[in-house]
Design a binder for this molecule. Structure first.
Ligand code: 3PG
Length: 217
């Protein structure tokens, strides 16, 4: 198996084990570990810590060190420097909302399981040319939703997706029922007001409800 295929398979295994990946925006580093523990307690182990706040790297580092049951990836990777930071801090995977040539070249030279982001056929073709066959479909609902994803499955039957953007408890099952969807991502399991208020029990309860609902299907 090629390096590219191994990388995709490793990512597909992580995503398939998760089904649902919370997209975390952590504003205070002190929230990182209790938030991760709350998610894991609710059965949600694969976490995407986005590089959207100044404390994101410290937050991810703390979760990796203190919540061994969490599988931590880094999201909002925008350039090769972000990718290098992701590797250095020991994250298990990386996700980007997009796919610039610079970033794809750096990711193709790395062993880190990585999902570039696409919303169009041309972007997907660029991603494929760099050896990636598992992509984030972003922003999923806003880019045409399930109909758009089905249309992409025609010319690109080999590609698997993790859609994110506009996905929540109500529409997650429909996305997950698509044969080319390995997992869905979204911020709905970790609302900013709950994080700010330290409502860890509420986050755990929401995760438990979502996971139960998905298991019953
Ligand atoms: C992402 O980066 O995946 C999105 O910000 C998640 O979108 P959502 O907030 O609509 O779930």
């Amino acid at each position: 198996m090629s390096v590219a295929a191994r990388r995709d398979e490793a990512l597909a295994a992580i995503f398939a084990s998760a089904k649902v990946i919370p997209v975390l925006t952590i504003e205070r580093v002190a929230d990182a570990v209790p938030l991760a523990r709350a998610l894991v307690a609710g059965g949600v182990r694969v976490l995407e810590v986005t590089l959207r706040t100044p404390v994101a790297v410290d937050a991810a580092t703390a979760i990796i060190a203190e919540v061994p049951d969490a599988v931590v990836g880094i999201g909002t990777i925008l350039n090769p420097d972000d990718l290098a930071r992701t590797e250095t801090l020991g994250a298990r995977f990386g996700i980007s909302p997009g796919a610039t040539p610079d970033l794809l070249e750096a990711a193709a030279a790395s062993h880190l399981p990585f999902a570039p982001g696409i919303a169009t056929a041309s972007e997907l073709m660029t991603v494929l040319a760099h050896g990636f066959q598992l992509a984030k479909f972003f922003p999923a609902e806003q880019s045409g939703g399930i109909k758009a994803l089905r249309a992409l499955a025609g010319p690109f039957p080999q590609v698997r997706f993790c859609p994110t953007g506009g996905i929540g408890e109500a529409n997650a099952p429909a996305w997950l029922a698509e044969p080319n969807v390995v997992a869905v991502g979204g911020s709905w399991l970790c609302p900013a007001p709950d994080i700010r208020a330290g409502n860890w029990a509420g986050i755990t309860a929401m995760c438990q409800r979502t996971m139960k609902m998905l298991q019953s299907r």
